[in-house]
Ligand binder design. Structure first.
Ligand code: HEM
Length: 244
C-alpha cells in the first residue's frame, strides 16, 4: 500500500464520519426547534396528507422555485436531477454485484455529467450577471458552485482524457467498506476528484447544502393550513401559558 492509498483511506473514513455525524446532529437540532407560529405559505393544504404531497412536489419538481424564477428553476432542476443520476451511476463503485437499476442508468453517463456542469454554470452565471443576486452573494455561495463544478470537471476529465483503472477504484472503496484496505491507482486526476469529494463531504454539515434535510423542517412548507381547527402552540409557549 502506497502512502497515498493510506492517506485517502483515512481521509474517506474521516470525511464519512464528519458527514454522517454532522448531518445527524443538525437534523436533531432542527427536529428539536419549535415553530413559534402557524406560518404555512398559502394557499396551503389543510391536511397532513396534503402537506406530504406538497413536500413531495417540492422535492421532485422544485415547485416553489418554479413559481419564483423560471430561469433559476431550469438550471437548478437540471443540476439536481443530473447530480442524482451521477450519484446513482457511482453506486457501481460501492456495490458488488451492481444492482440492476444502477446498470440501467449507466449509459446516461455523458448526458448527466454535462447536465450537471451546464446546470452549475447557469447557477454561477446567475450569481455573477444578475445584479440583485450578486449583491446578496457571499464567498461560500461561489465556493460551493466552484467545488461542485470542479468535481464534475475532474470526473469528466477522468472519463475522457486521463483514464483511471475503475476496477481498482472499486476494489479500493469496497475494501474501505469491508475494512480490508486495497491500493488506490496512482492517478493525479483521480486524486483530485477524490480530494474534492472528501472536501464536499466535510463541508456539507456546515454549509448551505443543508437545505437538503432542511427543506423538510421548513415551517412555511411543512405546516397544514388548519389554525381554525386546532390552535398552534409551541411547547415553550405552552409552558409560559401555564405560568412556568
Ligand atoms: C468516493 C466517491 C467517488 C468516487 C470513487 C468517484 C469516482 C469516479 C470515477 C472513477 C469516475 C470516472 C468514470 C469513468 O472513467 O467512467 C468519475 C466520474 C465522475 N464523477 Fe465521481 N466519484 C466519486 C464521487 C463523486 C461525486 C460526489 C460527484 C458529484 C458531486 C461526482 C461526479 C462525477 C462526474 C460528474 C463524473 C463524470 C461522469 C460520470 O462518469 O458519471 N463523483 N467518478
Amino acid at each position: 500500500m502506497s502512502a497515498a492509498s493510506v492517506f485517502f483511506a483515512l481521509l474517506f473514513y474521516a470525511a464519512a464520519a464528519v458527514l454522517l455525524a454532522g448531518i445527524a446532529l443538525r437534523v436533531a437540532d432542527y427536529a428539536r426547534t419549535p415553530a413559534p407560529l402557524k406560518i404555512p405559505t398559502t394557499p396551503a393544504p389543510r391536511t397532513r396528507g396534503g402537506v406530504a404531497l406538497r413536500l413531495a412536489r417540492e422535492v421532485v419538481f422544485f415547485e416553489s422555485l418554479f413559481k419564483g424564477s423560471v430561469w433559476t428553476w431550469i438550471f437548478g432542476w437540471l443540476f439536481h436531477a443530473s447530480l442524482l443520476l451521477v450519484l446513482v451511476r457511482h453506486l457501481r463503485y460501492f456495490t458488488e454485484p451492481v444492482w440492476s437499476w444502477v446498470v440501467l442508468v449507466q449509459p446516461l453517463g455523458i448526458l448527466v455529467a454535462f447536465g450537471m456542469a451546464i446546470g452549475l454554470a447557469g447557477l454561477l452565471a446567475r450569481r455573477i450577471l444578475v445584479e440583485r443576486i450578486r449583491y446578496i452573494s457571499v464567498p461560500s455561495d461561489y465556493l460551493m458552485l466552484a467545488l461542485l463544478l470542479a468535481i464534475a470537471g475532474s470526473g469528466l476529465a477522468m472519463k475522457y482524457v486521463f483514464r483511471t483503472d475503475i476496477v481498482a477504484v472499486k476494489a479500493f472503496f469496497l475494501g474501505l467498506l469491508r475494512f480490508d484496505w486495497q491500493p488506490l491507482p496512482a492517478d493525479p486526476m483521480l486524486y483530485i476528484h477524490l480530494a474534492l469529494v472528501a472536501a464536499l463531504m466535510i463541508v456539507f454539515p456546515f454549509s448551505k447544502l443543508l437545505h437538503v434535510p432542511g427543506l423538510f423542517f421548513s415551517p412555511s412548507r411543512n405546516q397544514a393550513d388548519d389554525p381554525r381547527e386546532a390552535r398552534h402552540l409551541a411547547p415553550w409557549a405552552a409552558d409560559l401559558e401555564r405560568g412556568r
